[in-house]
Design a protein around this ligand. Structure first.
Ligand code: MLT
Length: 306
């Protein structure tokens, strides 16, 4: 049984080196498998992405475990309380992929404004339809950012370069941080009412679960776009579908879903929807940074360092 268990497809220079120098079981599809319990029972370290649920139950059945490494920013799939109680170190990469997520959000915004995916699909099918694909400019439009941490601020910087007006809502950020980033701090209600596009950048917590539901979509402009590259569970997907069908909002772009991978449903059929498979953090650069950080931490903990 290996000393380090990797349960998802986590690659990069640092992982290659770790596999050369340590006893690593690389099991990219083990995250939903019952075998996970027995393999983890023997491991001193586990490296996961966001699919593997490291529950209290699993932690309690892993007596040799010293470190849990999350190759990414969100800790919502790790029971950090149970890990702390068991004296297990949890490491993660809170900032290393933020820029990539922010760049994807800009891509989604532009895709909504200019209908780039639809135009490409139509052109690929032999069309040359310039009239249907008359778009809108981002410049002069208002972007509302919910959650003004690292990613929210990186999105703000980029949106300002596009000439957008920035409003943001975050109860945990000091007021001066908004002005510094060129955004106006507003209430959640004002943000929903005034934004031409709303982009979500909060972590998944009990308090943010279904933060966007029927009431929030009804409070948005009928022309508004809704972007989620944070966590799927922050949105009530059924309410989103209804809001799109009834014209309460105009369109959405989602990089994350309430269940991943999702089963095919109404969102996949709708014209005013753009879906990507949780690729926000998936650039070569971000993955190199993330994997270098967590592999380094795993080596340090296993080597007896703090
Ligand atoms: C993150 O939390 O870092 C991103 O959602 C990407 C990931 O989970 O792999």
């Amino acid at each position: 049984m290996a000393e380090i268990l990797v349960t998802e497809n986590i690659t990069g220079g640092a992982m290659t080196r770790l596999r050369e120098t340590h006893d690593v079981a690389f099991e990219p599809d083990l995250w939903s498998n019952t075998e996970l319990v027995s393999k983890l029972a023997e491991a001193r370290a586990v490296i996961v992405r966001n699919q593997t649920q490291i529950t209290r139950e699993l932690i309690e059945q892993s007596p040799r475990l010293e470190v849990i490494a999350r190759a990414g920013a969100g800790l919502d799939n790790i029971d950090t309380t149970a890990a702390a109680e068991a004296g297990i170190v949890v490491t993660y990469a809170p900032a290393e992929n933020s820029l990539s997520v922010a760049e994807l959000v800009m891509g989604l915004l532009l895709s909504l404004a200019r209908r780039i995916p639809d135009a490409w699909q139509d052109t690929r099918n032999g069309g040359w339809d310039r009239k249907t694909f008359t778009g809108l400019e981002l410049s002069g439009r208002t972007l509302g950012i919910v959650g003004f941490g690292r990613i929210g601020r990186l999105v703000a910087e980029r949106a300002i370069a596009f000439g957008m007006r920035l409003i943001a809502h975050d109860e945990f950020i000091p007021p001066e941080a908004f002005a510094k980033a060129g955004a106006q701090s507003v209430s959640f209600e004002k943000l929903l009412a005034e934004s031409d596009a709303v982009s979500v950048h909060v972590p998944l917590l009990d308090s943010t679960q279904s933060l966007f539901g029927a009431r929030q979509f009804a409070a948005m402009k009928p022309t508004a776009w809704f972007i989620n590259a944070a966590r799927g569970e922050i949105v009530d997907e059924a309410a989103l579908v209804e809001a799109l069908q009834s014209g309460e909002i105009a369109a959405t772009a989602l990089d994350v879903r309430d269940t991943e991978p999702p089963s095919r449903g109404l969102l996949e059929e709708m014209d005013n929807v753009i879906l990507t498979p949780h690729i926000g953090a998936f650039t070569q650069e971000a993955q190199e940074r993330v994997v270098a950080l967590v592999c380094g931490d795993v080596e340090r903990v296993l080597g007896g360092e703090s």
